[in-house]
Design a protein. Structure first.
Length: 497
């Protein structure tokens, strides 16, 4: 039997007017992967912040190797052997892989006037960490040039420099394809085999059986139980997280022979993609399936005018247009929600009200000015139709849960009354309930006659919500299938063969 390495006993955290955690207790053993699940706002982030010393518990005890600990800061937790890799990448793109792995602890050597960085030792130490993890990465390449999946591996290597006994991974595969997520899963299992206790936070419930030994759920700030992963069926996981069954029924009744809303003809931007041609009809939900790097996002951004294309035409409701900017395409009725809502979809320091109004200011302003009175009905409509939970629209949008932030992005663009909606990873990093709500919104938009183009790394989501799915490989369309006529395994195989 492996001894308990980390124990939380009756952890309670109270903020003014809010009980974030209410008596959470759990025991986690070393050398295992423990999945931590829960809807957005359930208390996972608060729990992680307490474990890493960023937040102090109001009540309760954390024990590490049988000894009660109380971390005053993340540095305290780090020295005690607790490291974390957060959902948002924290690498410095311009620095090399080796520099990022040893950032803050770069080895020094004696210089004539002052200590100098020992670059040979830096490379050696970085290589040692990578070799331990079984990763073959070039330590001299700038981290920003790596694909997102490999950047995620560098983040894990960076956390492992101090040889922690506890590693917390927050949504490490949320931006990765299934194949890339498998690579991260293999690395996590390697760490567990070396005796590391891994706390693995994920919204991808299908990962749990492949990677975790146990599953612990928190619901509304309270413990909702722990199960061995082999007993954690999807039905039991949903019940633990929500206390109820959630279900979404795919829309299959889009109007046959409806008018073409978007026609893409020979669109190209080498080397990202070439000769992309397809038609999106009114009321149709059309998916694009492909692995990371296949050109999915690049195609979407070119149609939206965010990136230039070298060849090809786009026809929107009969109007031929050469996309040059998102504002131009907005005038033609095309709107796009981006893959990275934090960097490209929202202005985190601005209020929820301001963010919801940003894309439709031309409809709200008079002679270049706006007022709260003009904005109020726009915000109220978005909050209502998106089923958002917003305590105060004047608070920063960054204070909202991930699901509500995604709804704010979607509501912002729906305020422009688009004919065509491009959704790039619309459910990335949000919980199951929020996903179901986003699916219902997409279904409603389809019934209203809006054409929807969807990209998702989770191919099974495309089968859930789309009428048709385009197959994209290495920047080329290789086929199209009806979502109701293909199995998940066959669709995945079509993307990789």
């Amino acid at each position: 039997m492996t001894a308990t390495l980390l124990e939380l006993d009756s952890i309670r955290k109270v903020y003014p007017g809010t009980v974030a955690l209410d008596g959470v207790s759990v025991r986690w053993e070393g050398g295992k992967v423990h999945a931590l699940i829960g809807r957005n706002g359930a208390g996972k982030s608060t729990l992680v912040n307490i474990l890493t010393g960023a937040v102090q518990p109001t009540e309760g005890t954390v024990r590490l190797n049988g000894t009660a600990v109380r971390f005053a800061s993340p540095a305290d937790a780090h020295r005690a052997g607790v490291a974390a890799v957060h959902q948002e990448l924290s690498l410095v793109p311009e620095l090399s892989v080796a520099e990022n792995i040893l950032l803050g602890i770069l080895p020094r050597r004696t210089g004539l006037l002052r200590p100098l960085i020992d670059w040979k030792e830096t490379t050696l130490r970085a290589r040692t960490v990578l070799d331990r993890l079984g990763l073959s990465l070039d330590t001299n390449v700038p981290a920003g040039r790596l694909p997102v999946a490999r950047q995620q591996l560098v983040e894990i290597a960076k956390a492992m420099v101090s040889d922690p006994s506890v590693l917390i991974l927050d949504e490490p595969t949320s931006a990765l394809s299934r194949q890339e997520a498998d690579r991260v899963a293999a690395l996590v299992r390697t760490l567990a085999a070396q005796g590391v206790l891994v706390v693995y936070i994920t919204h991808r419930l299908q990962e749990i059986g492949r990677i975790a030994d146990t599953v612990t759920a928190v619901r509304d700030g309270k413990s909702a139980g722990t199960l061995p992963s082999q007993e954690a069926t999807p039905e039991r996981i949903v019940a633990m997280m929500f206390g109820e069954q959630l279900r979404f029924v795919r829309t299959t009744d889009h109007p046959a022979g409806s008018e073409p809303l978007l026609q893409v003809r020979g669109l190209s931007r080498p080397p990202a993609f070439a000769d992309i041609s397809f038609t999106l009809h009114g009321g149709e939900i059309l998916g694009i399936a492909g692995l990371m790097g296949s050109g999915r996002t690049e195609v979407m951004r070119a149609i939206a005018g965010a990136d230039p294309s070298t060849n090809g035409d786009v026809v929107v409701a009969g109007n031929a247009v050469r996309p040059v900017s998102p504002s131009q395409m907005k005038r033609f009725g095309v709107a796009m929600t981006p893959e990275n809502r934090k960097e490209h979809g929202l202005v985190g320091v601005l209020s929820t009200r301001a963010n919801i109004c940003l894309a439709s200011l031309d409809r709200i302003t008079r002679f270049g000015f706006t007022t709260r009175a003009r904005e109020a009905p726009v915000v109220a409509h978005a909050v209502r139709t998106m089923d958002m939970t917003v305590s105060d629209p004047e608070l920063p949008v960054s204070s909202l849960s991930g699901g509500n932030q995604q709804k704010a992005v979607l509501g912002k663009w729906l305020n422009t009354a688009p004919r065509v909606l491009l959704l790039d990873e619309p459910t990335r990093g949000i919980d199951l309930r929020a996903k179901m709500q986003i699916f219902q919104i997409i279904s409603r938009l389809s019934r209203e006659g809006i054409g929807v183009l969807v990209v998702s790394s989770e191919i099974e989501e495309l089968l859930d919500i789309c009428h048709r799915i385009l197959i994209l490989k290495n920047g080329h369309l290789t086929g199209a299938v009806d979502a109701g006529d293909i199995h998940l395994d066959d669709l995945f195989a079509a993307c990789i063969q």
